[in-house]
Design a protein around this ligand. Structure first.
Ligand code: PMV
Length: 339
């Protein structure tokens, strides 16, 4: 293939990934579990340039990215080219153009890196002549952004931490149907990237060792709650665990805080709804946006009750969505032949 287009969706972690055992390979210190969403997709087309003389280029949401802004995408293309060379594809000598459209609030804690690298992993591997299975694709996406390995998978995914590149990937896990109501507090880019925040937490937060232990324990409890379809238990575990992640991050020196005052108001509003008898729980990734978990039948009314707190748009009800999928491929040219 010389051109391929793929689409992938963000995921929201019920058990969070926060910390790397291997920075270069992005092997995490503990496993995690998430729901892939059915909206806010990233759609990415990778087209191979006729020769390696043209530099790689990256256009995001219609804006051509500078060399600095493209550096992470280019580094990821290098990983794909190395894999293509290993598989004997002659295409690995060619550079590529990446054109991406992201329909979610980029880098504001709505896992745009997850949808982004899951879509890029599938589009780029296909364009470079690779046909990866779900496990291989999850491993590749992980190299771009850890949480992207889970967006390769349909609906609910568990990322087995593993100990190295081969053993660290996500796979499907059965869980009860649930809704995630996105309450958007900000759409601006966050100040501290996940990568920098994780490093600072590991190096300076005194609670980091406990965070690793509690994440491992929570993952086991979450898997058990998913297996029995116990939504209330899933919600309770997810909310407490999210608060623990923000606590370990805030305990960094200097302190890092992703939640905004409005985010905390949403957590309070969710606690209030529980007092009123609704089974609702809140979580937030590394940004100020809050996602409220509810059973699908309650989602509409909960979204209405939270509407006054959403600074940007009406709260958005999201359901379990598909894994990364190919939406178009253009047949290979003569140079596309396997070496
Ligand atoms: O994949 P990254 O490097 O953007 O890290 C994502 C980390 C969290 O979103 C905060 C948690 C998670 O498990 O998705």
């Amino acid at each position: 293939m010389t051109s391929a287009t793929a689409r992938a969706y963000p995921n929201i972690a019920l058990v969070k990934y926060w910390g790397k055992a291997d920075e270069e390979m992005i092997v995490p210190v503990a496993g995690s579990l998430s729901m892939t969403l059915d909206d806010f997709p990233t759609t990415t087309t990778v087209t191979l340039n006729p020769s390696a003389e043209t530099a790689d280029s990256f256009c995001l949401n219609g804006t051509e990215q500078s060399a600095e802004e493209s550096a992470r995408v280019v580094a990821f293309l290098e990983i794909v080219r190395a894999l293509a060379a290993d598989h004997g594809s002659a295409l690995h000598q060619r550079s590529a153009r990446v054109v991406s459209t992201n329909e979610g609030p980029t880098a504001a804690g709505m896992a745009s890196s997850a949808s982004g690298y899951a879509a890029l992993a599938l589009a780029a591997s296909t364009a470079y002549g690779l046909q990866l299975d779900t496990t291989e694709l999850s491993r590749l996406a992980r190299r771009g952004s850890g949480s992207a390995c889970r967006s390769v998978v349909d609906r609910f995914a568990v990322w087995n931490a593993g100990t190295d590149d081969a053993s660290s990937y996500a796979e499907p896990v059965a869980a009860p149907e649930m809704a995630m109501i996105a309450v958007t507090v900000a759409t601006a880019q966050k100040k501290v990237s996940s990568r920098a925040g994780m490093r600072a937490t590991a190096e300076t937060s005194p609670y980091y060792p406990e965070w690793i232990t509690t994440t491992e324990q929570t993952l086991e409890k979450m898997k058990a709650a998913c297996a029995t379809g116990d939504f209330r238990r899933i919600g309770q575990l997810a909310e407490t665990h999210a608060m623990r992640m923000h606590a370990v991050i805030q305990a960094s020196d200097p302190s890092i805080r992703y939640l905004a005052p409005r985010s905390l108001e949403i957590f309070d509003a969710v606690a209030q709804l529980r007092e009123e008898g609704f089974d609702v729980y809140a979580t937030a990734d590394a940004g100020p946006n809050v996602v409220v978990m509810a059973e699908p039948m309650d989602a509409g009314i909960i979204a209405q009750k939270l509407a006054h707190l959403d600074a940007k748009q009406a709260p958005k009800v999201l359901l379990p969505g598909p894994g990364a999928q190919l939406v178009a491929e253009t047949a290979s040219d003569a140079e596309g032949a396997t070496a």
